[in-house]
Design a binder for this molecule. Sequence first.
Ligand SMILES: [Zn+2]
Length: 361
Amino acid sequence: MTDSHRPLLPRAVPVLRVAPGTLQVGGVDGDPGLRVGPLPDDGAQALAVLLRGLDGDRPVGAVLAEAVAAGLDRAVVSDVLDGLRACGQLLDVSSADLLAAAHTPAARARTEVELPAALRTGSAGTWRRRRVAAVVVDGATRVGVPLAAMLAASGVGRVHVRDRGTVGAADTVVGGLSAADEGRPRTLAAADAVRRAAPEVDLRPLPPGTVPDLLVLTRPWAAVDPLLGHLHTARVPHLVATVRGEVGVVGPLVVPGRTGCLRCAEATRTDAAPGWPALATQLREPPTARTGPPAGPVTGSTGLCAATAVTALTQALAHLDGTAAPLALDAALELRSPDLLPHRRAWPPHPACACRTAGPR
Ligand SMILES: [Zn+2]
């Protein structure tokens, strides 16, 4: 760990006194923790104050100098920091993360809540990567708007929800569009919902020709829309996140050149059921076009939409953070009532599809 890293002990990690002169940091609720002591009583008190003050703003060297000034042994404090880091309770904020952090008091308070989870995913600079990321959510749906709001609240710097038309009464959902939005343009109402969750977010659409870090497809049967074939050649990473009937569907997450594509999944479906393309054509059409199955944007109970949005959030952040392979690569996570737990359904690359050789590696 270099001196440019700044130790952060999240506020949620308790610093407890277990005996006179002995502290326990973390170690409740099954987490690993660290016991320190016995120290002289005033030393334990000084150490507790020092640890509680690790806010990610000061480099390690400054923290150790502060410890010495408070009468603590430099080597002991250094060992404590190492021990807390080893058990996962102490996080290190890199210079890049610090520069990307918000500066107004309110924004800092919100960041403080989100930062530990982002840094816990692994590599330095995760927070900075989120702050500079741009996500486009296609569809101000009962999944799309809560997802956009959660992405922005989780630190993603630019989140744009695109849609057409006006809000209907059934679009109202917790964390998304509200009853007061009925009749308003969907894009403006969605932007307000995102701003409520994250006032600092950049809501502007991306300039023409700019590739977002992720495009989220939230319409029920967007995956079978042939007009989306250009996403692969335009090298746009895209994630399906929707509700179809009573099933929440998150995935596949398509990373052009690295994974299978949406056409792979359709080819696999067609192998299993040759009549699938004819059904898919009807599913992607608006319900007014024929008397076939409805495919409107309003679907899914509140619980199902919320669980789907949260599952999509985890996959989107895993992709943006770049710290772990998202489960939705070459697969979909499906959620059904009553447990709403995601179950993985594989959608491997189809041997007849040229997508993996067509894009960049
Ligand atoms: Zn493919």
